[in-house]
Design a protein around this ligand. Structure first.
Ligand SMILES: Cc1ncc(COP(=O)(O)O)c(C=O)c1O
Length: 355
């Protein structure tokens, strides 16, 4: 028997704060009370609003389902020691989402509205923001999908902008631990492709190489450049950095990597620390220059890279078991800014009014 949409959304999986142990959260989806949604039809956005319905109803012919018109973002809300809540550079996520949408010929969501929407949905779910002491955060996932029913390959004219949020734990609850990476024969994205956009299809393409790396005992893949398979592009879903023996901060430059907000933030912090940061091609045979290496992104913040294995040869950076002092210093500074313990560059931290 056909179930009506009404019957299929009894909110039976909705959780309450009492269901959660904030000190033992992982990185998984939990069905919180509120999401946020706005719709684009006939050339204009509806007023966005909170919704308690955590499902989306779509035509079976919706362009997102067949031709992948989907872009997304990821950012976090951090509980401060004083009980307030910070966002970290949400303007950068708003801007990147607009650029991603342009690449897929989608209608971008206005940047100011994006930031307001994030604040609204965080405030509505404030009881689920992990306490300061837990080291957790509220992960925020804005996304945009093409909903027009279309058979031939062409862009949709109707879109849903939506945000869900879910509480997540500290990535390294016991302190930073280096992990091992391995290069892949697969490419994540092509020069001139969609590597600079945060589109779902890039991640579908990364699942097979990621799974192969996991099965071989590595934490994730090092993607090399798609032309020569020589220059480092990305580490799984994070950007790469190395700190040279002379103390310079280096990160790859390529037209097919995602412009990481964490990366641009570390570049600023590296300037503060007198580390003369550069974005430059980094060959896989040039790893000897680095005293330390790491991966950087919103989810894992900063993760020390213990080793990279390429063509069965393992290169160890600082140590396979201990984090290097500069990587630790970057982590400490970034986290202190995000959680409001230290002041960062102007405009990085945005307060979420909770009343
Ligand atoms: C492929 C890829 N690279 C890098 C990053 C890091 O970007 P950010 O620092 O903006 O989270 C992400 C995560 O968003 C990613 O998916």
């Amino acid at each position: 028997m056909d179930q009506s949409n009404q019957e299929r959304r009894p909110n039976m999986s909705k959780i309450t704060p009492k269901d959660l142990d904030f000190n033992a959260l992982d990185f998984s989806y939990r069905d919180l009370p509120y999401s946020y949604q706005a719709e684009y039809h006939n050339g204009q956005w509806s007023a966005g609003q909170l919704t308690t319905d955590s499902t989306i109803q779509l035509s079976e012919a919706a362009v997102v389902l067949h031709y992948g018109q989907e872009v997304f973002e990821g950012l976090k809300a951090y509980r401060r020691k004083d009980g307030g809540v910070n966002l970290f550079r949400p303007d950068q996520n708003a801007k990147r989402m607009r650029h991603s949408a342009e690449r897929l010929l989608m209608q971008g969501y206005p940047e100011a509205d994006f930031i307001e929407a994030v604040k609204t949905v965080v405030k509505a779910n404030q009881d689920f923001i992990p306490p300061y002491e837990s080291g957790g955060s509220l992960y925020i996932r804005p996304f945009l999908i093409g909903t027009t029913p279309i058979v031939g390959v062409k862009p949709g004219q109707d879109f849903i902008f939506r945000i869900y949020v879910t509480p997540v734990g500290a990535y390294y609850p016991g302190g930073l631990k280096p992990t091992a990476f391995v290069t892949s024969e697969f490419d994540r994205a092509a020069h001139g492709g969609t590597g600079q956009a945060k589109v779902g299809g890039n991640y579908a393409a990364s699942m097979l190489p990621g799974e192969e790396a996991h099965r071989a005992g590595f934490s994730d893949v090092v993607y090399l450049d798609p032309r020569e398979h020589h220059y480092i592009e990305e580490l799984g879903s994070a950007n790469f950095f190395g700190i040279t023996k002379e103390g310079q901060f280096k990160t790859p430059k390529s037209p097919s990597i995602l412009p990481s907000i964490t990366k641009f933030s570390l570049i600023e912090l590296a300037k503060e620390m007198g580390m003369n940061p550069v974005e430059t091609p980094i060959g896989i045979d040039e790893l000897d220059q680095f005293a330390e290496a790491g991966a950087m992104g919103t989810a894992a913040v900063i993760s020390p890279v213990g080793s990279i294995t390429h063509q069965a040869k393992k290169h160890v950076f600082y140590s396979e078991s201990d984090v290097g002092p500069k990587t630790q210093a970057f982590y400490d500074r970034l986290i202190a800014i995000q959680y409001g313990d230290e002041k960062g560059p102007a405009g990085w931290v945005v307060d979420v009014p909770l009343k």
